[in-house]
Design a binder for this molecule. Sequence first.
Ligand code: FES
Length: 161
Amino acid sequence: MAEDAILNVFRGDKDGGKMVEYRVPMVPGMVVLDAVHSVQAMHSPDLAVRWNCKAGKCGSCSAEVNGRPRLMCMDRMDQYPSGESVVVRPMKAFPVMKDLVTDVSWNYDVNRKIPAVLVAPEHFQDCFFGHLIFFRSIPSIPPAFPEAASIPVQSSRFSAG
Ligand code: FES
């Protein structure tokens, strides 16, 4: 029989809250976000948690796990001592809205203040299967990978992915 994962999760809002212990079945390869989802499914469907990509890209699942800022979708449960509680709290850097969800609207406010940059197609190169873009004709920005400079420009292939 699989051992249970023990989570101590903050439940509350901006006015306060408390830590609540949950036990969910441990699954091979389980990450903290999986365990939190198990808590939602098995114990508390009203537990608030934000996530989006589940691939460590978007940052939506940020939380403090055992006192350290982590991406819950990338934070494996098996790295924590078995039989010990894993403490999951909302990020301290942002105001709590509910449970593990914080108000990150400040990020969007700052983003709106950053001027947009329009780059003509001949100034960018899509390389390494669309995962990296550099501006090869701007001399002040060196290419991240010098070998990419030898890849022919394919201006019709553009991806910010
Ligand atoms: S869900 Fe996107 S980084 Fe974790």
